[in-house]
Design a binder for this molecule. Sequence first.
Ligand SMILES: NC(=O)c1ccc[n+]([C@@H]2O[C@H](COP(=O)([O-])OP(=O)(O)OC[C@H]3O[C@@H](n4cnc5c(N)ncnc54)[C@H](OP(=O)(O)O)[C@@H]3O)[C@@H](O)[C@H]2O)c1
Length: 248
Amino acid sequence: MKNAGNTILVTGGGSGIGQALAHRWHDAGNHVIITGRRQQVLNETIAGRERMAAYVLDVTAANEVEAFVQQVVAEHPQLNILVNNAGIFSPEKVTSRRDIASAERMIETNILGPIRMTNAFIDHLSAQADAAIINVSSGLAFVPYPASPTYSATKAAIHSFTAAIRPLLKGKVEVIEIVPPQVQTELSPGQSADPNSMPLDAFADEVMTLLHAANTPAEVCVERVRYFREAEAKGQFDEALQMLVRYS
Ligand SMILES: NC(=O)c1ccc[n+]([C@@H]2O[C@H](COP(=O)([O-])OP(=O)(O)OC[C@H]3O[C@@H](n4cnc5c(N)ncnc54)[C@H](OP(=O)(O)O)[C@@H]3O)[C@@H](O)[C@H]2O)c1
């Protein structure tokens, strides 16, 4: 991807990974638009930064996404990069009958959200120079976390969707996947202080280094996630799964 001079829209840009990447992209000389459901965190994220803009958008609101995209493209016609980062995580206990509302919300947000956003932006992006779609999956796309099978399945699905559209868009829209390990954010309560999670700044810095390489890799994998990304290919899938079972 081009390092500077882009107009980048980051969903879920008001906190965590989305916010850290949005600030780094802005610092690198890009226009950055962030979206999310909470106006206040969006306002705090863009405070004091020219070339940043914020819009409230719930990616699960199917009937609002199309109108939003028309508005944002009219107001930012140079927009050339979509970052599907918004996501949610809920723990699940699947071994007895339960209310699956939270599982349905994860599917709506983590899978239908990016599919919907990609669809709404694809004609615009295809007509832009240096266009890219960047999808945020997870190491759990490659070795599922038994404490949240649905979350893991949504991330495996976003990996699959990303891999499937890459060859179709080749030459028109660069398709990149960011594969985070467990990172210190509030994706789940208390995780931002968890010493077993990767510090957010270190993660965002390593991601930017990989994105700014001469040839941006199709999958942006920091060192810390490589064990999970490569587990199956290296014959370590069962070992990795058992490790996650112990944390479940
Ligand atoms: N942290 C990790 O360990 C980790 C590991 C692997 C992958 N990831 C992925 O990284 C991405 C970012 O997560 P994070 O760790 O940075 O957690 P986070 O701080 O909770 O960020 C998630 C963002 O998504 C937004 N969001 C959630 N539901 C939304 C909706 N329906 N519509 C629009 N925006 C929505 C949230 O903003 P609002 O609440 O204001 O809407 C929030 O800003 C997610 O896709 C997550 O699955 C994280």
